[in-house]
Design a protein around this ligand. Structure first.
Ligand SMILES: C[S@@+](CC[C@H](N)C(=O)[O-])C[C@H]1O[C@@H](n2cnc3c(N)ncnc32)[C@H](O)[C@@H]1O
Length: 208
């Protein structure tokens, strides 16, 4: 229906009810928008990662970061965050003296954001963020490792840590514990809880 008067047109629009075709259009439009956000922001990093190993981004909160630092502070050697997100744990670790501090992250947008945060903090040359698959990174020179990942990937991660980490290394796991290792320290409550594990050598970490 054509209207010359805009007020009339608005009233007409307000009085119209959405029929099934319009509802379907709205649903298809929203679905497409959600897919575009997912494909553009999340998918780029995960194309080659099996579905069961894909862990979505959820940044550690301030208390979780503080718990990680309380378990790593003062330790010598390289620190890495596996799945470093926007880099907050790596930056905090560097600021509390862990050197070098390195993040491995698949999502290129998050790697860019982490570098931006480091640059704004004046640490662009001191911390490192690599766009790399954590499953393909060698951990043989890592003495301090932090992980905030999902329970579904932790059994596989345990194997990788056991095989690659040097004796004396420490692993801190946030939100979820490693499934079979025995922690040497636990701090925090609920989802803020962080577990620390020390690597002694083959088979010595398994809890009975
Ligand atoms: C729960 S977030 C934790 C982010 C950060 N460590 C923190 O605590 O703020 C997990 C991160 O791991 C990344 N990630 C998942 N699988 C990965 C993989 N195979 N290689 C590298 N990064 C990965 C995700 O993109 C996401 O940013």
């Amino acid at each position: 229906m054509e209207h010359d008067d805009p007020t009339e047109a608005l009233t007409d629009l307000q009085e119209r009810r959405l029929g099934m075709p319009e509802l379907l259009q709205v649903a298809a439009g929203s679905g497409l928008a959600a897919y575009a956000v997912w494909a553009l922001l999340l998918q780029p990093g995960f194309r080659r990662v099996p579905l069961r190993l894909q862990v979505p981004y959820i940044g550690a909160n301030a208390r979780q970061v503080e718990h990680v630092l309380s378990l790593l502070r003062g330790r010598p050697g390289k620190m890495v965050d596996l799945g470093s997100g926007d880099g907050r744990i790596v930056l905090a670790a560097h600021r509390c003296g862990l050197r070098p501090a390195v993040g491995y992250e698949l999502n290129p947008w998050l790697v860019g954001l982490a570098r931006l945060h480091a640059w704004r903090a004046g640490c662009a040359r001191s911390v490192c963020y690599h766009r790399k698959d954590l499953w393909k990174v060698s951990l043989k020179d890592c003495h301090n490792v932090s992980v905030f990942l999902a329970p579904s990937v932790l059994p596989l991660l345990e194997n990788k840590l056991q095989v690659e980490l040097p004796a004396g290394a420490r692993v801190v796991s946030g939100r979820f514990p490693l499934p079979t290792w025995k922690p040497v320290a636990v701090v925090g409550e609920g989802l803020d809880r962080v577990w620390a594990y020390d690597v002694h050598g083959a088979e010595q970490n398994i809890s009975s």
